[in-house]
Every structure is written in C-alpha cells, then in structure tokens.
Design a protein around this ligand. Structure first.
Ligand code: EPU
Length: 436
C-alpha cells in the first residue's frame, strides 16, 4: 500500500521557502552528460524519485554517477549536493520499459545515445494519466539528421550509419512545439556534421538551460529561447560544471499556495522572469508578486477574482500549473474558465476537487469553475504529479482533514514538499493509507 498525505486545512502560510533546481531542466541535462568526455558536475539537481530514476538509467548506460554530500558549517550533510556524471563504458544503449514507465523523461537519452554511440533502443512511452504522450516529433527530427528507426517488441530502435548530418527542419506539431523533442534533436545536432536549423522549436527555459550546458561542453548553438535554433555541429563535447535553473513550476505552486491560504510567502531562488504569464494572470485574480532579484514576495487580497485562462507553450501559462490554478479558482468569487491546449485530457483532478465540495464541470478540453465559499476535507486520489499538487493546495484551505492517496506521484517532482510547507505553517503528515 502506498503512502498518503494527511493535511489539516485552515492555516495561513507565512515565511520563507527555498525553491529547488528545476526537475524538467535536470532530467535532459543529466541525459546530455552521455555525450561528454570527462566528469560533468551539476549543481542544483533536486532530490526526487524522477532524478533518482535518471541516475539509475545513466548507471545502466555505463555512467558513474555520484551525489556529493558536503557538510554545512554546523556539520550537517547537505543532501542535494552536486551530482557528478562520467561515462565509463559506451556498450549499453537500451532504456527498458520498466524505467520508461516510471519516468517518461527517459526519452531524453535517445538523442544523446544516437549522437555519441550511433544506436539507441528506448521503450515507447505509451499513454499516461495526462493523456497521449507521442514521440513522433522526436523521431521525425532525428530521422532528418539521418537516423533510421524501427519498432521491435514495443521499443523504438534507432541506428545511424556514419555520422549524423545537419538539416533544416520544422519541429512543431498539432499541439505546438515539443520541449523534450526540441532538446533531443538539439543534443543530436550538436555532434552532427554541418549546420542544423530547428524551426518551430520550443522556447521553454529548460531548453535554454540545456543549450547553455551544451555550449559550455563545446557545442555551437544560437537562437535558443526563440522558435529558431541554429546548431553548428562539433566533433566532440567535454565535461563542464553547470548550475540548474530554479524550478519555475515549483515556484508557481508555492505562489498559488500563498494565494489560496491568504498567506504571505517569500520565495528564494525564484526566477519570476520565467513566470511572467503566471504572475500576470494571478495579478488579475488578486495575487501580488514583488521581485527583489531572485527573491519573490507573494501576498494576496482576500477576495479572489474569477478569470479565463488557456494553457500555452512558453511564455504562455504552463500546463504544469493548470491543476494548481484550477484549485485556486474553485474559491474565486464567480465563474472561471480554464482550457487545456497542451494536454487536452489533463483534468483528472476535477473529479477529486469536486469530492472536496468544488463545483467544476468539464466540457472537452475546458473546465468551467463555479467559485464556492469553502472546500471540505475528503479522501482523494492523486493521479499525476501536478494534479497532486493541485489537491495539496486545495487541502491546505479545506475545512477538516484531507487524505491524498498515491503521493508517490508528488515525490516524482516536488523536493521535500511537506517539510517546505510545514515550515511555513501547514500541517501535513505522511503515512500509510487509511480508511477514513
Ligand atoms: N507531442 C506530439 N509529438 C511528440 C511530442 C509531443 O504530438 O513527438 C505533443 C504532446 O502530446 C503535447 C505537446 O506536443 O500535446 C507538447 O508536449 P511536449 O513534447 O512539449 O511535452 P514533453 O516534452 O514530453 C515536457 C515536460 C512536461 C510538460 C510538457 C509541456 C519534462 C520532463 N516534461 O514534456 O512536464 O507538461 O513539457 O510543457 O520536461 C511535469 O513536469 O509534470 C510534466 C508533465
């Protein structure tokens, strides 16, 4: 039986929280280390079950991966010290199904393996609780560089004869650009012969962070952060030291936590530039964020205004904060409308929020939220990482106790979330599932 969170709602959050390094930046950056010679040192990689899975996968692929655990002045071990990655053997090229199903970002090893080892076998990810997760754009982009793919026993197997060749290509799909697809092709192109131009590339800060790492390793990349990335292939990449950007989704989740509890939080290591659409939208809901370098101060007016929001690729409102915003809007003074453009089926939290007294109706890829006065504690089920975060936020303000089951989802992406929230006034306990 898996663990649950038991959350007693009703406290105003007040205090300071340190935002961790970005999960979605760390995973592809860790995979990129497959392409470098020497020992890469990554700072700010969060301790999460997803980063642990990536450590395991890199070890299976012949890397020596070590987490340094330096001590503070007081002698306490710093648990998320730098992570060191060094390739020791290039024999293995297989990311098997058991690891891909626990961590979809395993697909990030595809480009680096093909670029460096000339072949890769990665289990096809299949669907998940946020909907279909196709990889056709990754494969189309890599095929343009000269990779030949076939499917065998549920795995996609790619092979390159000789060296990959740079190409000009369009990487967008029906739902817009692809984040990990852009990163996969950018990684492979870094070691391809000649110039690659990615048109319709994803502009997310995680793509930029990975490009910055590759540049430190010796890659020649321009235009990252815009829809057109230009890469001049080089012969080899060498290890470097790199600090991961702050996690914008974790920061956004804490901003909404302050708002939903009518609290006041100071967030350290928070890059508000990466949250411009979120800050803008929350301003119209009645949430204020003030910036002082990498520190953000969040406060809120007691009355929350309803809004209309559609998730979009960066710099638009991120799909990874949709569930958390939806939880907040459940308590707004009026009707809100939330549309999901990136993953149209990502609404499993709606039924759970309704169990807590919310009034949300789903129509296709849109949720219509009728604000209520308050939410009540209940037993609810986490279905995916961000949906669970939405439920935690709702539970922080609900009357009585909420049990959130299957919190292994939240451990995939939020470092020590209960410790961070308890330190600013929340009451969250972790324990075995109970019948309440
Ligand atoms: N898509 C395709 N074909 C592809 C790839 C994507 O049609 O080959 C579609 C997807 O189905 C989706 C859209 O394109 O409709 C965008 O998907 P994208 O490829 O950008 O998603 P991803 O790269 O697989 C990353 C994050 C997700 C985040 C999305 C969107 C990581 C590890 N994952 O996924 O994060 O929701 O970008 O921003 O970086 C999470 O952290 O909870 C999470 C799910």
């Amino acid at each position: 039986m898996s663990d649950s969170f038991f959350i007693r709602g009703g406290s105003r959050l007040k205090g300071t929280i340190e935002v961790s390094g970005s999960k979605n930046s760390s995973l592809p950056i860790m995979a990129s280390c497959l392409m470098a010679s020497g020992r890469t040192v990554l700072k700010g990689v969060p301790r999460l079950s997803d980063t642990d899975s990536m450590v395991q996968l890199l070890a299976q692929l012949g890397c020596d991966v070590k987490r340094l655990e330096p001590k503070t002045a007081a002698g306490n071990i710093i648990l998320n010290g730098p992570l060191e990655v060094e390739v020791m053997s290039e024999q293995q090229c297989w990311a098997p199904y058991d690891i891909v199903t626990t961590m979809r970002a395993s697909i990030c090893v595809l480009g680096p393996l093909l670029a460096k080892r000339g072949r890769a076998r990665v289990a096809m990810p299949g669907g998940c609780s946020i909907g279909d997760r196709p990889i056709d754009l990754h494969l189309r982009g890599l095929a343009k560089l000269g990779v030949q793919f076939h499917i065998e026993s549920g795995d996609v197997i790619g092979e390159v004869r000789g060296r990959m060749k740079g190409a000009r290509m369009y990487l967008g799909g029906a739902q817009g650009p692809t984040v990990l697809g852009t990163i996969n092709v950018m990684c492979a192109a870094a070691l391809a012969e000649g110039e690659t131009v990615l048109v319709g590339a994803a502009c997310e800060p995680e793509v930029v962070d990975c490009a910055e790492l590759l540049i430190k390793m010796g890659a020649r990349i321009r235009g990252h952060g815009t829809p057109e990335i230009r890469i001049d292939g080089v012969d080899k990449l060498a290890a470097c030291e790199h600090k991961i950007i702050p996690d914008r989704i974790e920061a956004g989740t804490f901003i909404i936590a302050a708002a939903i509890t009518n609290g006041e939080l100071e967030l350290r290591n928070c890059e508000l530039d990466h949250l411009i659409s979120v800050v803008d939208l929350l301003e119209s809901v009645g949430v204020h964020c003030e910036r002082d370098g990498l520190t953000a101060r969040v406060s809120t007016t007691r009355r929350l205004n309803p809004v209309e929001m559609t998730t979009q690729p960066y710099p638009g409102f991120p799909t990874d904060l949709q569930a958390q915003l939806l939880a907040l809007l459940c308590l707004a003074d009026g009707n809100s409308v939330v549309t999901e453009r990136i993953f149209p089926d990502r609404f499993l939290h709606v039924g759970e929020l309704n169990r807590m007294g919310a009034r949300v109706r789903k129509e296709g890829a849109t949720a219509i939220i009728q604000g209520v006065k308050d939410l009540q504690g209940a037993t609810v089920m986490a279905s995916d990482l961000r949906a669970s975060a939405g439920l935690v936020l709702a539970a922080l303000v609900a009357k009585g106790q909420t049990q959130i089951r299957r919190i292994y989802h939240i451990d995939r992406g939020y470092e020590k979330i209960e410790a961070k929230l308890n330190a600013v006034g929340a009451t969250i306990e972790r324990g075995p599932e109970k019948n309440m």
